[in-house]
Design a binder for this molecule. Structure first.
Ligand code: KG4
Ligand code: ZN
Length: 341
């Protein structure tokens, strides 16, 4: 089954063509980083306009790469949430238009679930289930017990900022460019993570929930003075910035590692499945890889290019979602800014 997938939940527009949930025939992506960098974060209205400009050329390009015509596509899959409402509507309406014009079935895909599927697509064989899914992206930080593809139980999530969002906000405080994750990781290489004492938040009575907002404020005060506003000047020299970046990075990533491993143990999970833009981090891969090895837990990471938002994971999961449901979604499929597991 040839599935054409469309992704437009936030600031990447993407189209991919995937055969039967696995073989990638085309993978096109238009990043908007250049557009949002000036503002230090995603500006929804600008994101929407760019999605409109690039969606159709991306679909054409993907078909060209796969040497297929639209008539040879069997299913249209689209990320219908969660995400920014305007951005979602553009991909969703594009997908509906294709479905209607071609009389091909349409299937809506949960973008967060697709982040976890990205790692499964990249693996030579399926992970031993149940697996502990860890979503670490710009919009989400969740721990999920995965019984199988399509069968999940939410174990923990952030009560304030997502982990990637915290990286982006801390980068802004330190005067680093957007997206913050790669900039912090690169600066932190020169830093001493022990110099500043910073700790991630714990949520009372909910050991697997995350809270990164207090950590971000602590970084702000260390960087600019107690009680300072985020617009105040930095009080640190270059070494100080690197030390603080390293301390923040290890605190935030260490929290994910510790909670994921504890949750996997308590919930009897036999493997870890990672997804989301933050899994690009070499530091996270090292910290989690080392500790998981101690516990004999295999770890499944997204393959190259599949950590950040992409349409390969949408087309891939769309295949399974369609098989499981046994029917297509209607043209009344709604964009959803929030979808939980
Ligand atoms: O999954 P994604 O592309 O978008 C969402 O669905 O949110 O994730 C983007 C996020 C950004 O917040 C970015 O700063 C973060 O992933 N990120 C990283 C790294 N690379 C990207 N965070 C930490 N370390 C990295 N190396
Ligand atoms: Zn995402």
């Amino acid at each position: 089954m040839i599935v054409l997938g469309i992704e437009s939940t936030c600031d990447e527009t993407a189209c991919a063509i995937v055969r039967s949930g696995r073989d990638v025939l085309a993978h096109r992506l238009a990043s908007q980083v250049d557009l949002h960098q000036l503002y230090g974060g995603v500006v929804p209205e600008l994101a929407c306009r760019r999605h409109i400009d690039v969606l159709v050329p991306l679909i054409r390009g993907a078909l060209e790469d796969a040497a297929l015509s639209l008539n040879e596509v069997d299913l249209i899959a689209v990320a219908h949430g969660p995400g920014l409402i305007g951005a979602l509507l553009i991909g969703l309406n594009g997908a509906k238009a294709l479905s209607l014009a071609l009389s091909k079935p349409l299937i809506g895909v949960n973008h967060i679930e697709a982040h976890l599927y990205a790692a499964l697509m990249s693996a030579p064989k399926p992970p031993p289930f149940p697996a502990l899914g860890v979503v670490a992206s710009g919009g989400h930080s969740s721990l999920v017990k995965m019984h199988d593809v399509g069968s999940y139980e939410l174990i923990g999530q952030t009560i304030d900022d997502a982990v990637g969002e915290a990286f982006d906000k801390v980068a802004r405080i330190l005067g680093l460019p957007y997206p913050g994750g790669p900039a912090i990781e690169s600066l932190a290489k020169q830093g001493d993570a022990q110099r500043f004492a910073v700790k991630p938040g714990q949520v009372k009575g909910r050991p697997y929930d995350f809270s990164f907002s207090g950590l971000k404020t602590r970084v702000l005060y260390l960087a600019k003075g107690n009680g300072a506003s985020k617009y105040a000047p930095l009080l640190l020299d270059e070494q100080g910035k690197a030390d603080l970046a390293a301390a923040f990075q290890d605190a935030a990533l260490g929290d994910i590692v510790d909670k994921a491993l504890a949750a996997a143990q308590e919930h009897g999970c036999h493997s870890l499945v990672l997804g989301g833009g933050v899994t690009n981090s070499r530091r996270l891969r090292k910290l989690l890889g080392d500790k998981a090895q101690e516990q004999n837990l295999p770890v499944f990471w997204p393959g190259p290019g599949l950590s950040v938002d992409n349409a390969v994971m949408i087309a891939g999961l769309g295949y399974h979602t369609y098989q499981r449901k046994g029917q297509a979604d209607g043209l009344d499929l709604q964009a959803q800014t929030r979808i939980s597991f």
